[in-house]
Design a binder for this molecule. Structure first.
Ligand SMILES: Cc1cc2nc3c(=O)[nH]c(=O)nc-3n(C[C@H](O)[C@H](O)[C@H](O)COP(=O)(O)OP(=O)(O)OC[C@H]3O[C@@H](n4cnc5c(N)ncnc54)[C@H](O)[C@@H]3O)c2cc1C
Length: 525
């Protein structure tokens, strides 16, 4: 039986499939299209996504194929309102990149193939049926023969009109769509626009965004109030978009590809029902402002993959998967809110008063350095944390840089057992959660107790002891749990305390067949 059936071979499904395959999980990936889509929808790959692509061994290839995104500029007609560096994301070597979605998908497919999985094209999921042991999917392969596949879990990465979502009975929280119909095209052009820069051209009747693309192309996307395009925009229509926002420095010479789209805003009520999960656009959809959609789908996949891995390998009970909704849905809700604010107040300001307020706000935000300090790191998704997750528990002790829910600091240490150097942010090779214990000065008892306790959870917990104290450890010693996605789950003193037991119970309680061994664990509150 397939362990996990991934429905949809977009960036979310492909990333998830690669991450699961690397853990040895039997994955099948199906897509209803007859062949890979040629649409270059998303263009910007932010830092946190590149870190994940690096873990998959393809970030370098993405960088070679793309263009470094170094600046963003906001212009009102010819007047510059604000500009920012974009290659200033702290704590990472990966700075934002411009790469068409179809090229990223190709890299992911090639990586997946090296892991032994080919996408099954022309295979459309039409219905699901779940029971206690698994979930069945009705597939309509290209040859017209109806097939039913059973899998332990099904993940709907099937985009905006997700059949997996509707078949599982998961509702949408739907916001009214925008009236504006966006036109976009990848064009050849003679332009005075800066290289490696995204230009936001804000006009009185609409907006245009100009993005440099690999191969010397320019992506032009925008709308003009009151214009309802008929069919795909041609050269004149795209040139008109630029004229309408008062930009005269670009002459479009040829259109390579063009299309239209309307922004929808939706959020699934939950990202999990039993053995069915949702990720990417299937779970959340919003404006492309800020280039968040594809990147958020990749982060969903990253959050889900280690949890599914532990569950499918039989190391922990599948209630761990509930934390996927608790952690990722608030992130998606926040992105919906932020893109909405951006659309309404930055791109949508029309009246003279609204424009004056917007222009002033942009200048102030630039002057106080908030674009580089706050906005860009947020867009790069390196600031995402899960402080309110049921998996994030503080076991007390002094405040330190090890904050449950946040990403673990970039720290490297030598293991006390001589097994080598460990980078805290890198996952354990076997996909387990890493415990790092440093004894209180003069006391080794806590360590022995933690080791005995961790040994009760083989495959789920792995204890590592540094040869020297970690920075910011404190005199009471330190025990931290670092998830395979690099977030701190637990921090407390170096001892098996009730808080630590509660965290273990919330996170790695074993599947039912082993449950009796652990009945003494206190319930998580
Ligand atoms: C113009 C535009 C610009 C954008 N720019 C950016 C950007 O710069 N940065 C960014 O992060 N995001 C951007 N986005 C958003 C981004 O393109 C999406 O968020 C992203 O494609 C979502 O990926 P996904 O894998 O979740 O879904 P999709 O890419 O939609 O993939 C879903 C896949 O599922 C398949 N499928 C659907 N139904 C079934 C079924 N029943 N059975 C089998 N297969 C099925 C589809 O064929 C498809 O291949 C942009 C979007 C648009 C429209």
């Amino acid at each position: 039986m397939t362990d996990v059936l991934v429905v949809g071979a977009g960036p979310t499904g492909l990333t998830l499939a690669c991450l699961l395959r690397r853990q040895g999980i039997a994955v099948r990936v199906v897509d209803r299209l007859a062949e890979p889509a040629k649409l270059a929808k998303a263009t910007i790959i932010w830092s946190r996504s590149l870190e994940i692509l690096d873990e998959l061994g393809i970030a370098g290839m993405a960088v070679d194929a793309g263009i470094a995104l170094e600046h963003g500029r906001f212009l009102d007609g010819t007047k510059e309102l604000a500009s920012t560096r974009t290659d200033c994301v702290p704590g990472t070597r990966w700075q934002p990149l411009i790469l068409p979605q179809e090229q990223l998908e190709r890299l992911l497919r090639e990586r997946l193939a090296t892991l032994g999985v080919e996408v099954e094209w022309g295979a459309q999921v039409t219905a699901l049926e779940a029971d206690g042991d698994g979930v069945g999917a009705t597939l309509l392969p290209a040859d017209g023969r109806v097939e039913c596949d059973r899998a332990g879990y099904i993940v709907g990465c099937d985009g905006l009109r997700s059949v997996v979502r509707s078949s599982a009975g998961i509702g949408w929280r739907e916001h009214a769509p925008y009236d504006e119909v966006f036109q976009l095209g990848d064009v050849e052009a003679e332009t005075s626009l800066d290289p490696n820069t995204v230009h936001f051209l804000l006009g009185r009747r609409g907006i245009s965004v100009a993005i440099p693309m690999p191969g010397g192309l320019l992506r032009v996307v925008g709308y003009t109030d009151g214009v309802t395009p008929e069919g795909n925009p041609d050269r004149d229509a795209l040139q008109q978009l630029l004229d309408d926002v008062g930009h005269s420095g670009t002459t479009i010479t040829r259109v390579r590809w063009s299309g239209t789209f309307q922004v929808v805003r939706r959020l699934a009520d939950t990202f999990r029902v039993g053995r069915v999960l949702l990720a990417g656009d299937a779970a959340h959809a919003h404006s492309p402002a800020g280039g968040q959609g594809l990147n958020t789908g990749i982060q969903d996949a990253y959050n889900l993959a280690w949890k599914l891995g532990l569950v499918v390998r039989g190391h922990v009970a599948d209630k761990l998967l509930d934390s996927y909704t608790s952690e990722r849905r608030p992130v998606a809700a926040r992105i919906l809110k932020l893109t909405e604010l951006q659309d309404r107040h930055v791109f949508g300001a029309r009246s003279p008063l609204a424009r004056t307020m917007r222009n002033t706000a942009l200048r102030v935000v630039e002057r106080i350095g908030a674009l580089e300090r706050k906005v860009i790191p947020d867009l790069a998704q390196v600031t995402v944390s899960y402080p309110n997750s049921p998996l994030s528990i503080s076991g007390g002790g002094r405040r330190s840089s090890y904050i449950p829910g946040s990403r673990v600091p970039k720290i490297t240490f030598d293991a006390a057992d001589g097994s080598g150097t460990i980078t805290l942010r890198d996952p354990e090779p076997d996909g387990s959660i890493r415990l790092v214990a440093v004894a209180a000065r003069g006391s080794e008892t806590g360590l022995a107790e933690i080791e005995a306790f961790a040994n009760e959870f083989p495959g789920a917990l792995r204890l590592r002891q540094p040869a020297t104290p970690l920075p910011d450890g404190g005199r009471a010693g330190l025990l931290i749990a670092v998830r395979p996605d690099g977030h701190i789950a637990y921090r407390g003193p170096c001892a098996v305390t009730p808080a630590f037991r509660a965290w273990v119970h919330a996170t790695v309680s074993p599947p039912a067949r082993l449950g009796a061994l652990h009945e003494s664990l206190p319930a998580h509150t």
